[in-house]
Ligand binder design. Structure first.
Ligand code: SAM
Length: 256
């Protein structure tokens, strides 16, 4: 009985003498829960990266490091954060998708990115792939997106993740490339085209590489690695097999 009285007394005293304490406790509890969530998401992300490495999809230390630095959950809406470590595409606004981690890893390994390379990405979507590219070249990256809502979505994600001045999201038709920053060492297209867009070959450096899915409008394409051989736009193409991307819509892509 006496103990009970003492407890109430303590609560009363605290409330009377130090009201901001309550706010502090609430704030630290909230911080603790958020940090716990983030570390939990990151642990799951690490496990996925280790699996991709074990399966031989992530081959290089460099790509692994980039994946660990840029977890996918930072580039999806809140309701999908819990599934960001699942190796599947996920919805982003405007009916588009953020690609599956294994697909992104395959393309980044094929790209053989090196420090200082000038890279153009076509299809910014969430901004995730562009942030990964930045980590692999350590040079400003340009990425083009045709849907204005996604330009905003990607910019916000990139800003929150610390890539505001490192990745530039341009609103436009990526099938025409981005001449102001050409020629490129690499062009990485993350949507499926009916054929290789000519402007993209023209904007590559000689010896430069274009990675692009080419095939049908819905579902199936083949991932092509296109190397530019000379100034006359002679190319060599290597086919890396079946992939499934949303359509590349634009002047040198599919009609809407
Ligand atoms: N790379 C993105 C990421 O990391 O989230 C995922 C890209 S998503 C699979 C393909 C994107 O290409 C979509 O956001 C779509 O709006 C965009 N797209 C389609 N046609 C385009 C075009 N002509 N120019 C620029 N973006 C285009």
């Amino acid at each position: 009985m006496v103990e009970q009285v003492e407890t109430w007394k303590f609560i009363e005293d605290t409330e009377r003498t130090d009201p901001p304490n309550k706010l502090k406790i609430l704030f630290y509890t909230f911080l603790f829960v958020s940090l716990m969530d983030e570390s939990d998401l990151y642990k799951r992300w690490m496990r996925l990266v280790e699996n991709l490495e074990r399966e031989g999809i992530i081959k290089s230390e460099k790509v692994k490091r980039a994946f660990l630095r840029v977890p996918r959950y930072k580039f999806v809406s809140d309701r999908y954060k819990e599934c960001a470590h699942v190796d599947e595409p996920l919805p982003i606004p405007a009916g588009q998708t953020i690609s599956a981690p294994h697909m992104v890893a395959i393309m980044l390994e094929l790209a053989e990115l090196e420090d200082g390379m000038n890279v153009l990405e076509i299809g910014a979507g969430s901004g995730w792939n562009a942030a990964l590219i930045y980590e692999l070249v350590k040079r400003e990256v340009y990425t083009i997106e045709r849907v204005s809502d996604l330009v905003e979505f990607a910019r916000k994600n990139l800003e929150r993740a610390g890539y505001k001045d490192k990745v530039h999201v341009i609103w436009g038709d990526g099938t025409k490339g981005f001449p102001p920053n050409a020629p490129y060492d690499r062009i990485i297209v993350t949507a499926g085209a009916p054929k290789v867009p000519k402007p993209l070959i023209e904007q590559l450096k000689v010896g430069g590489k274009l990675l692009i899915p080419v095939g049908s409008y819905h579902l199936w394409q083949e991932l092509l690695e296109v190397i530019k051989l000379d100034e006359d736009n002679k190319i060599k193409i290597k086919n890396h097999g079946g992939v499934a991307f949303v359509p590349l819509i634009g002047e040198h892509g599919w009609r809407e």
